[in-house]
Write a protein of this length. Structure first.
Ligand SMILES: Nc1ncnc2c1ncn2[C@@H]1O[C@H](COP(=O)(O)OP(=O)(O)OP(=O)(O)O)[C@@H](O)[C@H]1O
Length: 302
């Protein structure tokens, strides 16, 4: 089938201008005689207005030029359409794109779109909301909330907010239910991941895969603050194996396991983020995998 592409570019993401990226895209797709349009993303995140256009004009690919929140919003709105999704990473974190092996370099990312190889990936539900990368409750959500309140975006702001929040971090109480089993924990944060990272290649869930039908859960329990960076570093290297949840509870500060569904009673109303965007928190939060949710243009795995 002849391809026809809509690029959706976020005018505010990532903190850098996209003009040279637009030029590169324009030159590449004109040369290949593939029809395309570059439209701006919308702040509301609602792309229902594009559905009629997609059907009438037989659009085959929707490519997001932006960060994780843009990916979340576009896919959430348009995943019921018969289109494939692509990403040219232009956010501050780009966790989802990097987890899929899509690089930040515009010409390399554009080449992946041009090659047109795709495969299905999972996403997940957070109560009634949609997440494709990584959502969390507690300290990491606090970073997302504070980051959203800043006028400048980008990696430096994100790092500043993480450091400030680290020194202010305090644990929250949670009741975690998995497979009919329930436990109480005091934790700095609980992250639930489809992708393997927070963004900027900061890996938190080393085994997470975008199409394994599993959510990767990381619980960073209460501990002496001096130990916190070390514990996260241990997790980064992926050598913190989950043996038996109960046994690990008492001995380990960082718990890591996989499940397709998890329900968390958020006793102290810790803040929530979905794909890095702050969201209103809830007393109970259920995370549930959506297997084979959408088709993603990405580098082939072999
Ligand atoms: N046209 C627009 N005007 C204003 N805001 C927009 C517009 N389009 C999208 N947004 C908002 O921009 C925000 C940031 O989006 P995005 O995730 O693309 O960038 P980022 O936060 O810099 O990257 P990352 O999520 O990877 O850290 C989202 O909250 C999104 O709703």
């Amino acid at each position: 089938m002849k391809r026809k592409i809509i690029f959706l570019a976020n005018p505010i993401s990532g903190g850098t201008k996209k003009d040279s990226a637009f030029k590169h895209i324009d030159a590449t797709f004109k040369k290949q005689q593939i029809p395309f349009e570059i439209l701006p993303t919308v702040a509301s995140g609602d792309y229902d207005f594009l559905k009629a256009k997609i059907r009438e004009e037989n659009i085959t690919d929707i490519v997001i030029i932006g960060g994780d929140a843009s990916v979340n919003q576009v896919v959430q709105s348009l995943r019921t359409e018969k289109v494939r999704f692509g990403i040219i990473p232009f956010g501050s974190g780009n966790g989802f794109a990097f987890a899929a092996g899509i690089p930040k370099n515009v010409s390399k990312a554009t080449k992946i779109i041009l090659e047109g190889k795709s495969s299905v990936v999972d996403a997940f539900k957070v109560n009634e909301e949609f997440s494709c990368m990584l959502s969390g409750i507690g300290f990491d959500a606090k970073v997302a909330h504070d980051f959203a309140a800043k006028s400048s975006r980008g990696l430096i702001t994100y790092t500043q907010q993480s450091i400030i929040n680290f020194f202010k971090a305090h644990p929250y109480q949670f009741e975690v239910s998995v497979d009919g089993f329930s436990l109480f924990t005091e934790a700095f944060f609980i992250s639930v991941a489809n992708a393997n990272q927070f963004g900027n290649n900061f890996t938190i869930a080393p085994k997470a895969s975008l199409n394994d039908g599993m959510l990767d859960v990381v619980i960073v329990q209460k501990m002496n603050k001096a130990k916190l960076p070390f514990a996260i570093l241990k997790q980064l290297r992926g050598n913190n194996k989950m043996q038996q949840l109960v046994e690990a509870m008492s001995k380990k500060n960082v718990l890591y396991f996989q499940t397709d569904t998890i329900t968390i009673n958020n006793i102290k109303q810790a803040p929530l983020h979905i794909d890095g965007e702050p969201k209103e928190t809830a007393a109970q939060i259920k995370f549930e995998i959506i297997k084979d949710c959408f088709d993603l243009l990405q580098p082939s795995k072999n």
